[in-house]
Design a binder for this molecule. Structure first.
Ligand code: GCO
Length: 446
């Protein structure tokens, strides 16, 4: 048995486009994900977020489920195109939805944790170049400032961005996410503007002096390990780490981009003339906490021909339905490393969880593999805390099965099963198990 600290914040996480649906309601205009998901071949089966979990209409029922599971906090995201359906035009109706959601959470004693941007950029912003346009920083600042004005003090924890790596590299470089571009210069420009917009939002938040609330950012971090003891594989792992982790951690915590990566990228993208002198000072504004999304690790071997001189190889561990290797001990390595090299500030695991092929039988889902996955990760989370690590909470991804981006509805991450035909929700065994963990504040049998 292992106990969590008394004030440990157990929660679950979701995001707007993945669950809300109601894409044309109350003044919302399309986001780049509405556009992207409707292009043939971009998502599995042509799936879109048009209806998703219909959470926009069922939020009360869903908060009822949160209450039933007993979570202390709920991490959701706000859909920018509901708040600013057009450039510079605020939409009160869109805002009202989140006010109602937050009221309902507070009534049920659940702490609202709001992500400002979880990838559903308004299409109007996309049409103006999206994150490639330096003005995106001002659009995002205007949006953030409005949120802080309207609900800044009733939301105790603000997350500026979710996974800048995905919103930039995966979206503008690899092309798997909206807007689906494949250009590394674009990817790095987008990453820079996203980081800058983060820093600007933190500045605005501080200027507004919202005392009761905290602000941070969520990064998806993937520890990289060399495939063999060969020196060249170590180099590949170092670059893979630069690519996924240091490119975001270093500017935020050290106020600079990693020099080895700058040198490497320069050969591909040319000059970094989109970085201005004052930018790094803005990006490295002090924050109150760091959010980490953790799912897996990467193992890499040297590859002369790849941009980052490495190629991923398959790890030996069991895989989830995403094909991601299950490697809970890497979470521990990662947390220790953050603690040692970057910061001792409060850390929250803002996402961790797994997709598996769930089978419904008489209104029950026996998702033992998901329970094992979460249990193993919580075990290493406790180990880090016992070592003196400043880990303050854990948000399971996800509350509901939902729209898994390019994978559509083919991957189920929820601890609550959703029948997308009827919108019926069924608590999986993992939800019932998680309820017990939260209730007892410990995990048994370890
Ligand atoms: C993420 C996303 C989620 C995904 C999850 C599983 O931040 O990557 O927050 O939207 O659904 O990570 O891939």
């Amino acid at each position: 048995m292992a106990n969590f600290p008394k004030d440990f914040l157990f929660g679950v996480a979701t995001s707007s486009y993945q669950i809300e649906g109601a894409v044309n309601e109350d003044g919302r205009t399309p986001s780049i994900w509405d556009t992207f998901s409707k292009i043939k071949g971009k998502t599995y089966n042509g799936d879109t977020g048009d209806i998703a979990c219909d959470h926009y209409h069922r939020y009360k029922e869903d908060i009822g489920i949160l209450k039933e599971i007993g979570v202390k906090a709920y991490r959701f995201s706000i859909a920018w195109p509901r708040i600013y359906p057009e450039k510079g035009k605020f939409n009160q109706k869109g805002m009202d939805f989140y006010k109602k959601l937050i009221d309902e959470l507070l009534k049920n004693n659940i702490k609202p944790v709001a992500t400002i941007y979880h990838w559903d950029l308004p299409q109007w912003a996309g049409d103006l170049g999206g994150w490639l346009n330096r003005d995106s920083i001002y659009w995002y600042s205007e949006y953030s400032q409005k949120l802080f004005k309207e609900i800044g003090d009733v939301v105790p924890m603000w997350i500026t961005h979710n996974e800048p790596w995905c919103a930039s590299i995966l979206s503008y470089g690899i092309g798997e996410h909206a807007p689906g571009h494949k250009d590394y210069r674009e990817a790095l420009i987008a990453a820079h503007h996203i980081l800058l917009s983060h820093g600007e939002a933190v500045k605005i938040f501080r200027d507004m002096n919202i005392k009761e609330s905290q602000i941070g950012i969520t990064l998806n971090l993937t520890p990289a390990y060399p495939a063999t003891e060969k020196e060249e594989d170590y180099l590949a792992a170092k670059y893979a780490d630069g690519f996924s982790n240091r490119w975001f951690l270093d500017p935020i915590f050290k106020g600079k981009y990693p020099v080895d990566m700058i040198e490497l990228y320069k050969k591909e993208i040319g000059e970094f003339d989109f970085i201005k002198n004052e930018d790094l000072g803005i990006i490295s504004q002090p924050i109150d906490f760091l959010g980490i999304n953790f799912y897996s690790r990467s193992i890499v071997k040297y590859d002369e021909n790849s941009l980052i001189k490495g190629e991923a190889v398959e790890g030996p561990g069991k895989k989830t339905d995403m094909g991601w290797e299950i490697s809970p001990e890497s979470l521990y390595d990662l947390l220790k490393r953050i603690d040692k090299e970057y910061t001792n500030m409060p850390i929250y695991i803002t996402e961790n969880g797994a997709a598996f092929k769930d089978i419904v039988n008489k209104d029950e889902v026996h998702d033992q593999e998901r329970i094992e996955y979460v249990k193993e990760h919580l075990k290493y989370a406790i180990k880090f805390i016992e070592d003196g690590g400043n880990l303050k909470g854990y948000f399971l991804w996800s509350l509901l099965d939902n729209f898994e981006w390019a994978y559509g509805y083919s991957k189920r991450f929820g601890i609550v099963y959703v029948d997308f035909e009827t919108q019926k929700r069924i608590l999986k065994d993992s939800a019932i198990w998680y309820k017990e963990v939260i209730n007892k504040n410990l995990i048994d049998n370890i």
